[in-house]
Design a binder for this molecule. Structure first.
Ligand code: HEC
Length: 431
């Protein structure tokens, strides 16, 4: 029996032998059945002040959009999640079960009933953030041209710090959620990019790891809607060199009227020098084994990467694959010196709009001598609905969306006994 058929049979069985039968009688209610699903899977983003375009916090919010919600859940457009859970689970994973999708559909068919508001309805409060220790805004507000083009901009945000900082947590707060699409933060200590503040990325010479200007960090933090800050536990932190500039590579969505933004970076800092500094391990196009990284028009091409031997035991914290609009799928795994395979991430249907950082459930130990492999498929044909050019044009390495990238980025700490059971993630709860 195929997987889909098996799934269907399971759904039918559910209907006959479970509360789903009741659901078809219009017994599904918002308070009893729907609210918990939304709470777990939607409201973190769909709440006032967060990145999604509307709130789903109240019955009225949800009822008004009931059939829309049915549609986006049935098509699995929402919640946004792209990594194959059969390959590896992640801590920030949000996936609706088939049963949850059916429950939402049954609720809508039954008239989107409110049900009885429980007396002790505990709507999970939004996570409260402590006061950040340092707020670094863009130098000045930026206004988009409002001519329907997307904007890739570079902003240089001087930290003006006298000493090296030990950063326990990074938060990126867009100034204008209407246009903030995604952001990549890098760190530069040379200050050579200062004249490019506000420039189009395509007009600047943004460095790659193998150019003359070595960035202090080629990838410091990535933000997409729904990325929430976490604080590392004591002894673990990222370093920010003294007087460094934070480079903000900002992608703004197109709008037809000008919009203004002044985003900021919020830092949570500790005085304690980290015993275990958080480091970054990046594979970029230079590590592709079937060079050149060139994608001819009307072709589907696969590129393969192979890392050097991992020099010491590492504990991987998270992984972020990066491609642009021609990207189709991405897969990465490691092979240990003993020949064991460690699955890292698999995305079958790449979506440029969601450049997520995937947080490993548990730290992943990468033993010394392992090799990390990655393979990425790019579709430069007219079958790719995201292809920016009709007819297709050749694409090669570049920061603009019309060129391509193949990056694989990991954050890690050096391995210590017991890391497999270390919980790195504390929500920011303390006031
Ligand atoms: C990680 C953050 C995030 C989560 C979690 C999330 N959404 Fe969204 N949602 C967004 C953003 C951002 C948009 C606007 C961009 C878009 O449409 O892709 C959106 C758009 C939508 C839309 C409008 C789609 C359209 O075509 O305009 C609906 C409806 C929706 N979400 C419902 C849900 C529901 C229901 C859930 C939970 C089952 C959910 N979302 C979970 C961030 C999120």
């Amino acid at each position: 029996m195929s997987k889909i058929k098996a799934r269907k049979a399971l759904v039918i069985a559910f209907f006959l032998f479970s509360p789903f039968f009741l659901f078809s009688q219009g017994q599904v209610t918002y308070y009893e059945h729907i609210r918990p699903i939304l709470e777990k899977n939607c409201i973190a983003c769909h709440r006032v002040g967060e990145a999604a375009p509307f709130s789903l916090e109240t019955y009225e919010d949800v009822q008004r959009r009931a059939s829309f919600i049915q549609m986006v859940t049935e098509t699995r457009y929402m919640p946004p999640w792209f990594a194959d859970p059969e390959f590896r689970h992640f801590r920030n994973e949000r996936i609706l079960t088939e049963a949850e999708i059916q429950t939402i559909a049954a609720w809508v068919k039954g008239g989107a009933k409110k049900g009885k508001e429980p007396k002790d309805l505990a709507i999970a409060a939004p996570v409260t953030y402590p006061k950040p220790d340092l707020v670094i805004p863009m130098n000045k507000p930026f206004t988009t041209p409002g001519n329907g083009t997307e904007q890739f901009r570079l902003f240089v945000m001087p930290s003006n710090t006298q000493e090296e900082l030990y950063v326990k947590g990074i938060d990126f707060r867009p100034g204008n959620l209407k246009i903030a699409h995604h952001a990549r933060l890098m760190v530069d200590t040379t200050h050579v990019f200062r004249p490019d503040d506000g420039a189009l990325v395509s007009d600047t010479v943004l460095p790659t790891t193998n150019l003359d200007v070595m960035l202090a960090s080629y990838f410091w933090y990535g933000w997409v809607p729904g990325n929430f800050p976490t604080l590392y536990p004591d002894g673990i932190a990222k370093k920010l060199p003294r007087n460094a500039d934070i480079l903000l590579n900002m992608h703004y969505s197109p709008t037809t009227t000008p919009e203004t933004d002044q985003s900021k970076v919020l830092l949570y800092v500790t005085k304690e020098k980290p015993r275990r500094p958080v480091k970054t391990f990046i594979l970029d196009e230079g590590w592709i084994s079937n060079q050149p990284f060139y994608i001819p028009p009307n072709e589907v091409v696969t590129f393969y990467m192979r890392s050097p031997l991992v020099p010491a035991d590492l504990s991987l914290i998270n992984v972020l694959p990066h491609m642009h609009l021609l990207g189709k799928s991405f897969r990465s795994f490691a092979i240990t010196p003993e020949g064991d395979v460690i699955n890292l991430i698999k995305i079958d249907d790449w979506n440029f709009n969601w450049q997520m950082t995937y947080q490993f459930d548990q730290l992943v130990k990468l033993p010394k001598g392992s090799v990390v492999y990655a393979e990425a498929v790019y579709d430069n044909t007219t079958n790719n609905p995201r292809n920016p050019f009709f007819p297709p044009r050749p694409a090669t390495t570049g920061w603009g969306t019309f060129n391509e990238m193949m990056n694989l980025i990991f954050e890690y700490i050096d391995y210590e006994e017991g890391d497999e059971n270390l919980n790195l993630y504390q929500a920011l709860k303390e006031k």
